[in-house]
Design a protein around this ligand. Structure first.
Ligand code: AHR
Length: 702
């Protein structure tokens, strides 16, 4: 790190206050002026953005334990074709084939002289939305013959807990057969839970399904509970008949009895708790690119994601795997409510993903369908139970409307088609739901835009450079929602350096809270067994989850969100950050190799912003020191009275800026609380190397 000639960088000012020149690289000074203009910070400022990517839902937040429960993971959407290991969509876009066999997740089990087979079967399906089932033939049981499901890289089973299985089955000739369910470790030498259904295939234990007027082999639904007496995070589920039989299985589901808020078809408790701990102001769902799809059919079809899980019709998720739609529209609305967050629905605007060319654009006729589809979604959420879609919500167990505050028209869509579609959607939504706030993907001079959604995936230097990004944002234009942002380059799979750069950008968003009204980091989750995006906020596997340092920073910001921002001036030197290259710019062409190694990034020694927690009568000062050395400076508080003698100090830091939290080492970078004596309106403070620090002290302002 090298100090530059002594300059002072004015980074924090509510009104455009001029940079103040300094003669020496004196101790940095943070001046908070409560007499200056203030800006209100929305209670919804810090929210979360959920998308099914990297198994965020299936195999992540969604508590389902069986992989490919509906036997549809190898179903190719109509009109798509397979060539070798490639799949081509109807639009000609190509993706890697996402399955290696017909029944991903399932394997045949034959032990001790058993004989039989397992196949996918399209005959006599459970219903037309689930066209395939698993056919199991047991010719000789040996010591055991059946099928096993791997779960999502293992099924987490914990001693003392209950697990609830539901499944559909039919047997050849409606023969009655006993079925044993076991949750056991991968080697099969430790059984954590076992339960038997005395007889499937005949009437007593499962009513026939209405769709199955299919003579000698009727589908019936069964349920059973398994109580675990041992633990293993990587169990498999084995299902084995006790005598020779031919049977079909479908929608085989297993949930831990304890889910978040005890919801059925619910969320993993530990994972959802991490969201709750973020105190999110809103929940944006269901994407992301998945809203758009690689074709219009492939968009998230919310109507296929509600109701009985046996009636849902999953699809290929454009991030490279099959998704069941088990975590569907109703569950998102419920989750938002359970998190105490405002719901923000992102609707397809009649355009597939423009990043996956060629995009499919609805023509004028088709567009009516997509507009109506969105209006129906809004009616499902907020319409009375007497309305068409409100009645479906009520039938799904929720008579009272949900709250839905925001709807985003499209995701990352743009261009003339978008602008045309946007206006049609906007008018239709506002005509029927004038109170729902709309969000646009881009700024449009000749369209009514309430809020615009900005996205940034950048290297660390870029966010340091953006410390003043929104200072000159148009105060007469639309409000801004930064719907996706993260440092996801130059930090491996994430590091404290990335988190610190994000916090510098976050200070800027908060400082401009009169125009930047909401923001959400992205993406939210990564199952560490399938990473689809380079850097993600929360890492998980079958039994564990951990917040990266960026997660901790998000939490610190949300817990220390002021009601109003105060004018804050930082006088600090600019330094070079050795080992951190200067930004490559705004996604433009990379400099040629002959341009030589990039210069080190330049940062201020300190960045800061202060605000007031009105209810608690506290001033909150957030300070980022991105440099590898502790920085001692002073804090000056103007126009604040009744200052407490002590400040609460919250510090997020690590000596190594490349350090990170992992599943194995989850607490490397976590906020640490301490206290600091405060002598008066001006006091010295030292900010640790590579740190985000929050000072909270009681104070009153005029
Ligand atoms: O967050 C990952 C992806 O980034 C989102 O799906 C998309 O909106 C953006 O391009």
């Amino acid at each position: 790190m090298r100090k530059r000639i002594t300059t002072i960088v004015c980074a924090v000012c509510l009104a455009a206050s001029a940079a103040v020149a300094a003669e020496n690289a004196a101790r940095p000074v943070i001046t908070v002026d409560a007499t200056g203009p203030r800006r209100t910070v929305s209670p919804e400022m810090y929210g979360i953005f959920f998308e099914e990517i990297s198994h965020a839902g299936d195999g992540g937040l969604y508590a389902e334990l069986v992989l490919n429960r509906d036997m549809e993971a190898s179903t190719i959407p109509e009109g798509w074709r397979v060539e070798g290991d490639q799949v081509f969509t109807t639009m000609g876009w190509r993706t890697r084939k996402w399955f290696h066999d017909d029944l991903p997740g399932w394997s045949f089990v034959a032990e001790g002289g058993a004989d039989g087979s397992m196949h996918i079967d399209a005959n006599n399906p459970l219903n037309d939305r689930n066209p395939h089932s698993l056919r199991l033939v047991v010719a000789k049981t040996g010591t055991r013959c059946g099928v096993a499901n791997s779960g999502y890289w293992g099924i987490n089973v914990q001693a003392g807990e209950w697990y609830d299985a539901t499944f559909y089955a039919r047997t050849e000739g409606n023969k009655g057969v006993g079925l044993v369910f076991s949750l056991e470790n991968a080697a099969g030498d430790k059984v954590c839970a076992r339960a038997t259904i005395p007889e499937i295939g005949r009437g007593e234990f499962g009513p026939p399904q209405p769709s199955a007027a299919n003579g000698p082999s009727q589908w019936r639904k069964y349920t059973l509970g398994l109580h675990a007496n041992a633990s293993d995070p990587r169990c498999r589920l084995v299902i084995a008949p006790i005598e020779p039989a031919t049977m079909w299985l479908d929608v085989v589901s297993l949930f831990p009895r304890k889910t978040f808020k005890d919801r059925s078809n619910g969320m993993r408790r530990d994972v959802a708790q991490m969201l709750l701990d973020m105190k999110p102001g809103f929940l944006r769902f269901p994407g992301g690119c998945v809203v758009e799809g690689v074709t219009l059919y492939n968009r998230i079809r919310w109507k296929d994601s509600i109701g009985d899980i046996a009636q849902r019709k999953g699809d290929f998720d454009l991030w490279g795997y099959y998704t069941t739609y088990g975590l569907g529209y109703h569950e998102y609305l419920q989750l938002a409510e359970d998190l105490g967050a405002e719901a923000m629905y992102v609707a397809n605007c009649g355009m597939s993903c423009q990043a996956r060319r060629p995009a499919e654009i609805a023509d004028a006729n088709q567009l009516r369908f997509y507009v109506q589809d969105t209006l129906d979604a809004l009616e499902y959420a907020v319409g009375p139970a007497t309305s068409e879609w409100g009645a479906k919500r009520a039938a799904n167990g929720r008579a009272e409307p949900f709250k839905l505050k925001y709807v985003e028209i499209g995701n990352e869509n743009r261009g003339p088609d978008y602008e045309r579609h946007y206006k049609i959607f906007y008018d239709a939504i506002k005509a029927k739901y004038p109170k729902i706030i709309t969000i646009a993907d881009v700024r449009m001079a000749d369209r009514p835009v309430e809020i615009v959604d900005d996205h940034f995936y950048v290297d660390p230097a870029r966010f340091f450079n953006m410390a003043n990004h929104y200072d000159n944002a148009d105060r007469n234009g639309p409000k801004i929602y930064v719907g996706e942002y993260a440092v996801n380059r130059g930090v491996g799979t994430g590091s404290l350096l990335g988190a610190l750069a994000e916090t510098v950008f976050m200070l800027n968003m908060e400082r401009n809270a009169d125009v930047v009204v909401m923001c959400s980091y992205a993406p939210l989750f990564e199952n560490v067994n399938q990473r689809n995006w380079p850097v993600n906020l929360i890492l998980l596997d079958s039994s564990r989850c951990v917040g990266r340092s960026s997660y901790q920073a998000q939490k610190v910001f949300a817990m220390n969100r002021p009601d109003v921002v105060l004018q804050t001036l930082v006088q600090a030197s600019e330094v070079q950050l050795k080992g951190v290259p200067a930004s490559r710019g705004r996604g433009g062409p990379r400099p040629p190799a002959e341009a030589g190694p990039a210069q080190p990034a330049r940062v201020q020694q300190l960045y800061a912003l202060a605000g007031l927690d009105v209810k608690r009568s506290e001033v909150i000062v957030k300070v980022v020191n991105p440099t590898p050395a502790a920085v001692s400076g002073s804090v000056v508080l103007k126009g604040l009275f009744k200052l407490g003698g002590k400040a609460k100090v919250i510090t997020l830091s690590h000596a190594d800026v490349n350090a990170e939290n992992t599943l194995d080492h989850p607490n490397v970078i976590v906020p640490v609380e301490s206290e600091m004596a405060v002598a008066g309106a001006e006091f010295p403070a030292t900010f640790a190397a590579n740190s985000l620090t929050v000072l909270r002290l009681s104070a009153a302002a005029e």
